[in-house]
Structure formats: C-alpha cells, structure tokens
Design a protein around this ligand. Structure first.
Ligand SMILES: Cc1cc2nc3c(=O)[nH]c(=O)nc-3n(C[C@H](O)[C@H](O)[C@H](O)COP(=O)(O)OP(=O)(O)OC[C@H]3O[C@@H](n4cnc5c(N)ncnc54)[C@H](O)[C@@H]3O)c2cc1C
Length: 138
C-alpha cells in the first residue's frame, strides 16, 4: 500500500509495504487524529506488536472537538457554545469514565479534555504526525 501525503508545501509518498508484515512490526497507517483516530491508536497500542503512524492534516489532535477560533478549511469545529447532545454516561468509552465533576452534557472543552486525557493515558500522541494531509491511498 502506498500513501500520498502532503506536508506543508511538499508532496511525497510513503511506502508502507516495505515493512515485513509480522505480528511484531506491522506498520499501520491511521488516517486522521480525531476522536476515532485516537481510539484506533489506543486499540493498536493495547493489542501490541504494531508500529502505528497517524497522519493528521492540522497541527492538533481531537478533530471536531478541538475548538478553533479560526475555522480551517475542511475541518469540522465546535462553536464556543457547543454542548454535546448525549449524556456523558451514554457517550463515554466504557473503559474510561468521564470525570465526576464534568457536566452531564459536556461542554466542548470538557469533551476535548476527556479525549486528550484518554489519548495521554494510552500514550498514543507520540504516533501522530501533524500537518500531514492524506491525499490518496492506493
Ligand atoms: C459542530 C459539531 C457538533 C457535533 N456535535 C456532536 C454531538 O453532540 N454528539 C455526537 O455524537 N457527535 C457530534 N458531532 C459529530 C462529531 O463529528 C463526532 O462526535 C466525532 O468528533 C467524529 O470523530 P472523528 O474522529 O470521526 O472525526 P473528526 O472529529 O471530524 O476528526 C477528523 C480529523 O481528521 C483530520 N483530517 C481530515 N481529513 C484528513 C486527511 N485527508 N488527512 C489527514 N487528516 C485529515 C481533521 O483535521 C480532523 O482532525 C458534532 C460535529 C460537529 C461538526
């Protein structure tokens, strides 16, 4: 598999097949460091034996829940007033309960904190390569 990624002004390809596919060093590309990209990285970390690399086109993780004062083209973002539409009990990861002091319907910054606490506790932020937009997978 070959990934075409865009880094600032340069375009280059990263070859992912040149790695020997064994359970101990399988290289896995995770595209996008939103909430689900971070969960995917955590699942790979937990399973062990993988060598993940996550490509994120902005300079921050968290996707939609990373509040941006200036909207970025093609990136969803919350507004200052955004509150999630489900309770924290209903929407939380079963293995990572939200803080007791968080609002039941969390504010966008509480969700972001929750996501970041999760990613930090799993030690997966180190796998993210920022300002790398995936343009094509073949
Ligand atoms: C304003 C708003 C309010 C919302 N409210 C709720 C809610 O109340 N409840 C609910 O359940 N859901 C809500 N959502 C849905 C929200 O999308 C999900 O909760 C969740 O954030 C989706 O996570 P994700 O990881 O799939 O994608 P995202 O959070 O969208 O993250 C995608 C990431 O991928 C990056 N990216 C995109 N394209 C590329 C590329 N080609 N190469 C590299 N990186 C790339 C982006 O920069 C971004 O960081 C809301 C969405 C918005 C926009």
């Amino acid at each position: 598999m070959e990934l075409l990624v865009y880094e600032t002004s340069e375009t280059f390809t990263e070859d992912l097949v040149d790695f020997k596919v064994t359970p101990k060093n399988k290289k896995i590309a995770v595209i996008r460091a939103g909430f689900f990209g971070l969960i995917s990285l955590a699942a790979l970390e937990e399973a062990g034996g993988f060598n993940p690399v996550c490509f994120e086109k902005t300079d921050k993780p968290g996707g939609t829940w990373c509040y941006r004062e200036k909207p970025e083209d093609g990136v969803g973002s919350t507004m200052p007033s955004t509150i999630i539409n489900h309770s924290k009990e209903l929407g939380a990861l079963s293995t990572f309960p939200p803080k007791k002091e968080s609002n039941n319907f969390m504010r966008h910054h509480e969700i972001y904190e929750y996501i970041m606490d999760y990613a930090t506790s799993k030690g997966v932020l180190k796998y993210i390569r920022y300002k790398m937009e995936v343009l094509k997978v073949k």
